[in-house]
Design a protein around this ligand. Structure first.
Ligand code: A2P
Length: 270
């Protein structure tokens, strides 16, 4: 008897309520970071900034982790930006994936970093560290972001310069894209900082906010709840400290059910 076709084999092992999608490209940035793109299931809808549970079968069992969808809602593929944890239950395997491999994704996306969770404002800050830039990679490629805000400031802080590449490539890609660059029309600003190497912009974003350097570098006024809105995605400590700084400036946290002046993604915090 012939062996079953690969797709049949796969279909038999995919758990209920889960998609199995095909990897279309993989790019490694450093020994800690990579991105991959995969096919988007027909009928899979999400809002830019949301996350999904991504997984692989490991020793016959599915292993999942929350991943922000880094591609915008209009994209025909799905993109993810991932850390590589040497002994990570998922990422030690996920970092090995190649084009043509299959990745699992639970059917329901969710998340708080969505435009609907913010009250109207003029300037939108997106504060990220490390792979926390992923939901913003989605939102800065979504025309709705620029319909709602006059200025969008994406901050990205990493330990080393090489870890900033994903963000720089993204901004360059937007500038080169005829349609998107017209929509963005100069509203997007990218403020990249590094903490463990010499770089023109150096230091943790929390320190650069506290000492006023971020505002001076960008040539903008300090936080003002009347015009400024913010989204935060990064490590647990960074979320906490940035939240305090925004609250000190008079901004209040919002959620899907009750829009506010800033929102935080806590899905990746263990
Ligand atoms: P630092 O190098 O000073 O620890 P990680 O790779 O560990 O996730 O860190 C990503 C970036 O986030 C690093 O530049 C790191 O700076 C920074 N970071 C770590 N903790 C905080 C915090 N509490 N507030 C702001 N930034 C932080």
């Amino acid at each position: 008897m012939n062996a079953p076709a690969k797709t049949e084999e796969l279909a038999a092992t995919v758990p209920a309520g889960v998609y199995a999608e095909t990897v279309t490209s993989v790019q490694h940035y450093t020994d800690r970071l990579f991105r991959f793109r995969m096919t988007r299931p027909d009928g899979f809808r999400f809002r830019s900034g949301e996350f999904a549970m991504i997984g692989l079968m490991v020793d016959g069992k599915p292993v999942y982790r929350a991943y922000s969808i880094a591609s915008p809602a209009w994209d025909e593929e799905l993109e993810f930006f991932s850390i590589k944890v040497p002994d990570g239950p998922l990422t030690s395997h996920l970092q090995q994936i190649k084009q043509g491999d299959h990745v699992l994704m639970r059917k329901k996306p969710t998340g708080t970093l969505v435009l609907d969770a913010l009250t109207p404002g003029k300037r939108l800050y997106m504060f990220s560290t490390g792979t926390g830039i992923a939901p913003f990679a989605s939102l800065i490629r979504d025309p709705e972001t620029y319909e709602k805000f006059d200025e969008v400031i994406l901050t990205h802080t990493c330990r080393e310069i090489s870890e900033l590449k994903y963000g720089f490539d993204l901004v360059e890609e937007i500038a080169k894209d005829e349609l998107l660059s017209e929509v963005v029309g100069g509203k997007l600003r990218h403020y990249a900082t590094v903490t463990r190497e010499a770089f023109p912009y150096q230091g943790r974003i929390t320190d650069l906010i506290s000492n006023g350097k971020m505002f001076a570098d960008l040539g903008v006024a300090p936080f003002d709840p009347a015009v400024d809105r913010a989204m935060i995605c990064g490590s647990a400590a960074m979320l906490k400290e940035t939240k305090v700084l925004l609250e000190q400036a008079g901004l209040t946290e919002g959620a899907n059910s009750k829009p506010g002046e800033f929102v935080i993604e806590r899905a990746f915090v263990d």
